[in-house]
Design a protein around this ligand. Sequence first.
Ligand code: FAD
Length: 376
Amino acid sequence: MVQGLKSKAAVIGGGPAGCLCAYFLQDKFDVTVFDKNSPLKTLLPTGGGRCNLAHAEYDFRELASNYPRGEKFLYSVFSKFSTADSIEFFEKIGVKTYTQDDMRIFPVSNSSADVRDKFLNSLKQVKFIKEEVLRINIKENNFSVVTNMGAYNADYVIISIGGHAGYDFINKLGHNIVEPRPALVGLKTKEDFSDIAGVSINGILFTHKGVSGPEVYKISSLRARENFPYSLSFSFIDDIDFQSLLNDNPHKSIKNLIGEYVPKSFAQYCLESLNINPDKKCYAIDGKTRDSILNKLKHFEVTVTGTFPDGEVVTSGGVDLKEINSKTMESKLIPDIYFCGEVLDIDGFCGGFNLQNCWSTAFVAAQAVLDKAASF
Ligand SMILES: Cc1cc2nc3c(=O)[nH]c(=O)nc-3n(C[C@H](O)[C@H](O)[C@H](O)COP(=O)(O)OP(=O)(O)OC[C@H]3O[C@@H](n4cnc5c(N)ncnc54)[C@H](O)[C@@H]3O)c2cc1C
């Protein structure tokens, strides 16, 4: 850095994480955000266009328990910047928020486009360069950020390229990448559910070639590191005294009786898959048939063979947390290089957790850069 001039900070990736980091750095640094696309474009589809920007969990350990990857790492991160800080930041840039009954936090405008506009407006001192970063060269006293168009010097580099781009240049810096895999997605199954496509029970939606819906997204996250195929068992019925029900409804068809507990088309599908006539009367159901029906509804097995790119689609995997200092987000391998957001091996459930990871890790990285620069 030349005496009297501001240090240069290069933020690679202008998604939610990179932009929040740039926001906190802009007063003290000469900040450039490099993005091969338009900044904050990835914010637009969030929350179905409404931007579920955080989750109303104010205990940071509880908050961290919603991350199948990164829970312990996030303790120190969330102790520095958590849900209340995110809300405060958004208030400051003119985005008022509200909390839904399910604890998801949204902007009052219910518009991710509005959040994006206000966020971009708050980055007045940041320079944006629409180029793709290909490489970071480590020089004697600083870095050279090499793009598809040129090369730029930087004193500090913050990498926030998300989970959907290549990790090549990070690999070349010597960082280990935990193999990326999709999470919060629909699951392909060996079974064909064309006959019940569209049926939804307890957050599980049947599709032609698999299962989807909120419960399935959560399962896809919990089991994201498992190899295919794996089996799942769903329970679609609570504990019931099935024999008493059969006794009390002797002239009802078995399909109609079960159809009081699950959608009728699903009842029909289960009975047919067990080779039971759905119109059979309850009085004619013997003990063995009764147990097979109950077993099907309580342990509905599917074999998962892959994933579908629906849902939030976050990446499990990314930059290995063992190589990152959780107090600063600085690389343990290369001083003055920092990481934040989904590029890290951190991912959470649906509900605002993935954006919270971006806000929190971005703040911690920015604060650490500010502290380091102030110490010189
Ligand atoms: C459909 C959908 C809905 C979602 N809804 C929610 C929600 O409501 N709440 C929630 O918490 N989370 C949600 N998520 C997840 C959330 O959007 C992500 O976790 C978040 O965007 C990650 O932010 P990031 O800044 O780390 O990376 P990204 O948002 O992926 O941004 C990375 C940026 O880096 C740029 N880039 C990549 N490589 C390079 C390169 N080599 N050179 C230059 N630029 C580069 C990209 O163009 C991109 O702009 C949703 C995800 C999806 C897909």
